[in-house]
Design a protein around this ligand. Structure first.
Ligand code: SF4
Ligand code: SF4
Length: 144
């Protein structure tokens, strides 16, 4: 007699069939009850003098934004610097597209207590572009 599959077996199969071809390109993941979003730190754009940072003046204030639209908001520069001068700093804003290697970015997860026994089913979502590789390739050349 064939026994019916339990719910615990059915769930992971359903979630895995849901995965995109390139999870790294997504900016948010809701595939389990822990909700994860990619975020970037606009203060780091100013400190690093990113070439994609633009600024303009209006009503006597200076606003900055990202030409690559990694984040979608324009921020009052004076308020950003003021917040950055105190703890915990200006903080992060939600990424609207995949961060670039020069961005200070991370994955922000909330509702961590909801993580079930299966754990994260989309670990590639946590792969962020880095300016330099996170590994080194070493070739050993034997002398003849
Ligand atoms: S590309 Fe990245 S580092 Fe440059 S302005 Fe945009 S978010 Fe900031
Ligand atoms: S823990 Fe993993 S599967 Fe769950 S929302 Fe975050 S990235 Fe997605």
């Amino acid at each position: 007699m064939v026994r019916p599959q339990s719910k615990a077996v059915e769930r992971p199969l359903k979630v895995i069939s849901d995965l995109p071809l390139r999870p790294q390109d997504e900016t948010e993941c809701r595939r389990c009850d822990v909700h994860c979003d990619k975020v970037v730190y606009p203060a780091a754009c100013v400190e690093g003098a990113c070439p994609f940072l633009y600024a303009y003046e209006e009503f006597g204030r200076t606003y900055v934004g990202c030409m690559q639209k990694v984040y979608g908001v324009e921020i009052d520069l004076e308020l950003l610097e003021e917040a950055q001068g105190a703890k915990p700093g200006f903080g992060a804003v939600k990424a609207r597209r995949q961060p670039l290697p020069m961005c200070r970015a991370e994955v922000s997860s909330c509702y961590e207590h909801r993580r079930d026994r299966l754990g994260c089913v989309n670990p590639e979502f946590f792969e962020l572009p880095r300016e330099s590789p996170s590994f080194r390739v070493i070739a050993r050349i034997d002398a003849d």
